[in-house]
Design a protein around this ligand. Structure first.
Ligand SMILES: [Mn+2]
Length: 387
């Protein structure tokens, strides 16, 4: 095995072991997509296996709240303080919120894989393989993969074969879903985990891999891609994500009912996505012919679908794409990049015009004021013209 380790992974493991031993209150806070949900499930399982005390589980709501750690959610969670607040798959760009959480009495630790911006949030421990060297095998791990390696470190001899396979199954699915490069440790997780998926004990996974949706698929890989398209959404049910309920369903009928909801929502979403993509394509076809980038905003765009719509346009036109929703308070955008370009690097050059931005080289989000629209567009064009 490789000699190097993910920076701070052992440090966090030691901190968790201490918290578990002292019965400290632990709060797990995750992004509500597949990666965040699986990361939370694996970590929860590991902590419970060691006899830890989990006070509260919470998923960020991308519809009503800002992505990642946010004030609205922290206000709801603060009754649990003082506690160890473990932030999963989000938080690396939540500078103010990390400070607020600390003020509320939380000790904040983060497990993240999104690009690190010009500074780090004020968290006691940050595990993010982007702090390591690019050539290291775990550099591209999604959060579920980092937590899998953390769980191995935490449980050691107590990690049974059943538990390890359960973690691997979920982590392989979420790694594929998060679209991280399938190299290094990601490759290990996918190669080991995907073949196990079909025989998972989890009713939620059984339903996914045996549904009519995957009929005719020639490989597990193909089936997995199909179901990911349907379930990798960030909707919530109460404080938890819809995915959490699906993956923790305790019977086949319960899992089937959960999955049915995903299918219904998916069909409605598909109609909306097609409508918006077609409208943009018609509108932009001539307009952007000589443009370096696509930079478009509308007030009536459905925010939960922004990412997918932006992705469609980027694929179709092959240009760096920035699509945003105008709101009274500020504009909220998503970006997608053609192969080889970095949206994060582009936005970092225009950071003075943004309240917040984050994500990966190929995909992410940004927030800005309407009055800065033209300046931002010009700043981005300037960056991409030099590429
Ligand atoms: Mn992720």
């Amino acid at each position: 095995m490789n000699m190097s380790k993910i920076k701070n992974l052992e440090k966090l493991a030691r901190r968790l072991v201490k918290a578990i031993g002292a019965k400290e209150r632990i709060v797990l806070y995750a992004d509500s997509d597949l990666d965040g949900t699986v990361a939370l499930l694996i970590l929860r399982e590991a902590i419970l296996n060691l006899g830890g005390r989990i006070e509260k589980l919470y998923f960020s709501d991308r519809r009503r709240e800002e992505p990642g750690l946010n004030k609205e959610a922290l206000e709801r969670l603060k009754v649990a303080a003082p506690a160890l607040l473990v932030v999963l798959d989000c938080g690396i760009s939540n500078f103010e919120e990390a400070r607020l959480a600390k003020k509320m009495g939380f000790e904040v630790v983060m497990i993240e894989h999104h690009e690190i911006l010009d500074r780090l949030p004020e968290a006691a421990i940050i595990v993010n393989p982007k702090q390591n060297k690019k050539e290291e095998t775990f550099y591209h791990l999604a959060t579920c993969g980092i937590v899998l390696r953390l769980a191995e470190e935490l449980l050691r001899g107590r990690l049974t074969r059943e538990l390890r396979e359960d973690f691997l199954e979920m982590a392989s699915l979420a790694t594929v879903a998060d679209m991280v490069p399938e190299t290094g440790d990601n490759k290990n997780i996918i190669e080991e985990g995907l073949p196990l998926l079909e025989s998972s004990w989890r009713p939620g996974l059984q339903v996914l891999l045996n549904s009519s949706v995957v009929e005719g698929c020639l490989s597990t890989r193909q089936a997995v891609r199909k179901v990911i398209n349907i379930v990798n959404i960030t909707d919530k049910d109460g404080d938890l994500s819809e995915l959490y309920w699906l993956l923790t369903a305790s019977s086949l009928p319960e899992a089937e009912e959960r999955f049915h909801r995903f299918l219904q929502k998916g069909a409605a979403r598909q109609v909306e996505i097609e409508k918006w993509s077609d409208e943009f394509k018609k509108d932009l076809f001539l307009k952007i012919k000589n443009e370096t980038i696509i930079f478009e905003g509308r007030a009536d765009l459905p925010q939960p679908l922004l990412g997918t719509i932006t992705s469609r346009l980027c694929d179709f036109f092959g240009k760096p794409s920035f699509i945003y929703k105008k709101t009274a308070k500020e504009n909220v955008g998503h970006f997608r990049m053609p192969e080889g370009l970095s949206g994060i690097e582009a936005l970092s050059r225009c950071a003075q015009l943004l309240r917040r931005y984050g994500g990966h080289a190929p995909a992410g989000g940004f927030y800005f004021q309407e009055k800065d629209t033209l300046k931002l567009k010009q700043c981005l064009i300037k960056y991409f013209q030099k590429k």
